[in-house]
Design a protein around this ligand. Sequence first.
Ligand code: ASP
Length: 437
Amino acid sequence: MERIVCKFGGSSLAGAQEFQRVKEILESDPRRSVVVVSAPGKSSEEPFKVTDMLLMCAQLASAGFRYDEIFEQIAERFRKLKYELKLSLDIEKLIEEINLHIGSGASAASCASRGEYLCAQLMADYLGWHFVDAADLFLFSSEGEIDEEETYRRIRNIMPSMERTVVPGFYGALPDGTLTTFRRGGSDITGSLLAAGLDAALYENWTDVPGLLMADPNIVKNVKPMRHMTYPELRELSYMGAKVLQEDAVFPLAKVGIPLQIRSTLLPEDPGTLIAENGVQSGIVTGIAVKKNFRVFTLEKAKMREDRGFLRKLLSVFESNRVTVEGTPTGIDSVSIIVSEEQLSGKLDKILEEIRMYCHPQRLTTQPGLALVVVVGKGMIRKKGVAAKIFTSLAQADINIRMISQGSSELSILVGVENEDANRAVSALYETFKGEE
Ligand code: ASP
């Protein structure tokens, strides 16, 4: 039988009621045979994420302070889950082990991983499924990078082939056996590596939102969900800040072409968003995202094009200052470099001086306050006039465009506008494209 790997996020595991919902979802499709859980997150009754509380305990412990008050709140949360779900597992023993672990000076990551560990133990007991420890499956190098090859080998060897299994998300082991974690939100990566390693038919990522939305709901009211999209489209949108999934979770799936479905436990019948290698296109424009606070450096120099190595010299200034360049729109005798203000912090004067020294521009200006708005859609490739619509829409909203760039894959069009116009630009573009097929 085909397998579906399901991952449930912290808000879908916040209390006993949420656990019940998870059980119903899993039992409604027998292909859902591998489940990855995060640590319990926030809810209307629970103001803190278990992971944040564990990190606080680790921080207090490493500074030599008492952490028992916070630890007791974590312990109470798990005791309550055990009681309300009427489980038989020896929770006191597990709690005591974790308490000793924190007290023994374990690393912050190692302490943080215990939320997923306990949650998965409870879930396995509740469902009557196998528990497989993530420390036995996910191997990290001593530099803290996941060793995908060895991890896949272990997944194939260790995961019971027929049995239904619960795996804690977020963590794995270093070569010396100590525990470490992915970045925050990393249970998404656990799930995608498991799906890829097991050659699953589908990876379902269950959260509390009904899939990905076409634009940021904080900017646009009643925004439409995106039903289908491809991995490259998701990559463009998540790079630009549309966050539902941990960014790194996409790569293992995209590499082997396993589809990913983002769904809400609150609306289990809703199909959410399906992301696949060749997703069915639902519209010309799949989504619109925005990132603010960029700075543009503009250099002018006569016969710049004939000066071989000019761009290399210019880019090396940013590279040696460890600043990532977001884009380089060029004219005949001018070039602009776009970087985020966050990357630049404290380095602006040094960079300007180095550009003058190495590149000898006739004119060098720098302007802050740029926002990048990206309009993403695979459908643009086959459709004429999308760019015209974007510019007309922005002109009608009285928004000045400071920069334009189209990726060579024709998957997206990027426009630079003033920070203060950014939200209006997203709203105007959403209105223009929301009904387009
Ligand atoms: N519990 C971890 C976090 O809060 C990992 C996860 O939920 O994916 O970041």
